[in-house]
Design a protein around this ligand. Structure first.
Ligand SMILES: Nc1nc2c(c(=O)[nH]1)N[C@H]1C(S)=C(S)[C@@H](COP(=O)(O)O)O[C@H]1N2
Ligand SMILES: [Mo]
Length: 372
């Protein structure tokens, strides 16, 4: 990532030409070029897009955000009213829970994301907590339901009998944390349509599905909300009293990805090559990165490019003296968090087709060509 900084930072036209990869045309599911993002903040044009339904057409003039449910005084805000409230700006990494799915063997259903269903941006908006306090959140409200303006009928079973909107509920404690934003800006500009224009939620530390785009409703509820997205779709097998139970995904899990070299890249022998990547976690900090160039037998500590900032990724790099012997080598990167926990060796099957956070093997060739 550091390596070719000049190419992208000095030449704007090249930056815009890097482009996204289509995983699905409609609804839009577009992957960021993880190997070509050299900046800490992902340029808005290169930020991945993950939508379940067609992008709804909203405008400033008719936009309304309704706050209600288990509150003392429900109210609605126009776009201008929201804009006139004191705002906060913070950096947060969003990762789709299905990112890196293509690494699962055997192959599973769902968008075949490689490394780029993750991006990092700066978001500006009003803390959700401020809105909930103004509404007078009921003591016994346990979750906050966020509703988007997009609707449709999901394809996966069990198919709901009527078209539904995209909704996601946050546990009360998370909803009241100061980092959760009702955002209207991304990287200092208005949200683009595909990223939730004019207003979206940003839930730092949670997988992307919680950051509801085209947000039009905020509803406090007194019982857990078992909507389609968090029961049938973004859910996993947890354990209760020794028995498996379905729970909604939440906190992002510790993960590191190698940006460069790319899969099957050919590197010159006996040269310094700067291996680079980024690592992130949910409600903790990434404190260490180890890199292996021999398929996990030995590990070397990499160096961070970015400081610790809760909920934002940290880029890292390591200079590797490539072997003299030509051949195929497997590169891995493994992060450690503030509690000393490292990434798991394997994908946890309890997460189904989500939470792919084991070190992902990047196979490269050293030598003049693949055959050497
Ligand atoms: N209204 C709405 N919000 C949504 C979605 C959606 O389909 N509709 N997709 C979610 C998912 S699964 C992810 S990973 C993030 C992606 O945000 P982005 O498209 O801005 O990258 O948005 C989330 N918010
Ligand atoms: Mo997602």
């Amino acid at each position: 990532m550091e390596g070719s900084k000049a190419r992208y930072v000095d030449n704007t036209s090249q930056l815009f030409s890097a482009g996204l990869t289509i995983r699905q045309k409609e609804p839009k599911n577009l992957e960021a070029p993880f190997d070509r993002i050299d900046s800490y903040l992902t340029p808005t044009e290169l930020f991945y897009i993950r939508s379940h339904f067609p992008t709804p057409a909203l405008d400033h003039a008719s936009y309304k955000l309704r706050i209600g449910g288990a509150v003392r005084s429900p109210f609605a805000l126009s776009y201008d009213e929201l804009r006139n409230m004191p705002s906060e700006t913070r950096v947060a990494t969003l990762e789709c829970a299905g990112n890196s799915r293509v690494f699962l063997v055997p192959q599973v259903q769902g968008a075949q994301w490689e490394l780029g269903a993750v991006s990092n941006a700066e978001w500006t908006g009003v803390p959700l907590r401020v809105l909930l306090e103004r509404a007078g959140l009921a003591e016994d409200a346990c979750e906050i339901v966020l509703e988007g303006a997009d609707r449709g009928t999901p394809k996966e079973e069990p198919v709901p009998p009527v078209p539904i909107s995209y909704t996601w509920s946050l546990p009360r404690t998370k909803a009241l944390r100061s980092e959760v934003l009702i955002a209207y800006q991304m990287n200092g500009r208005e949200l683009p349509r595909d990223h939730g224009f004019p207003v979206r939620a940003i839930v730092p530390g949670h997988y992307g599905m919680a950051s509801v785009k085209w947000l039009t409703g905020i509803q406090a509820v007194r019982e857990p909300f078992h909507g389609y997205w968090q029961t049938s779709d973004y859910a996993y097998w947890a354990e209760m009293e020794g028995k498996p139970v379905r729970r909604a995904l939440g906190e992002m899990q510790l993960k590191s990805e190698i940006a460069r070299p790319r899969v099957y890249e050919t590197l010159a022998p006996n040269r310094i090559y700067t291996i680079s990547g980024a690592a992130w976690a949910g409600e903790t900090d990434v404190t260490e990165i180890a890199v292996s160039t021999d398929g996990g037998r030995t590990w070397t500590e990499a160096e961070f490019v970015d400081p610790v900032r809760r909920h934002a990724w940290r880029r890292w790099k390591l200079d590797w003296l490539t072997p003299k012997e030509p051949g195929q080598y497997t590169l891995l990167a493994r992060a450690k968090d503030a509690a000393g926990v490292i990434q798991p060796d394997k994908h946890d099957r309890n997460y189904g087709t989500y939470v792919i956070n084991h070190p992902l093997p990047i196979e490269v060739f050293v030598g003049d060509s693949r055959g050497s």
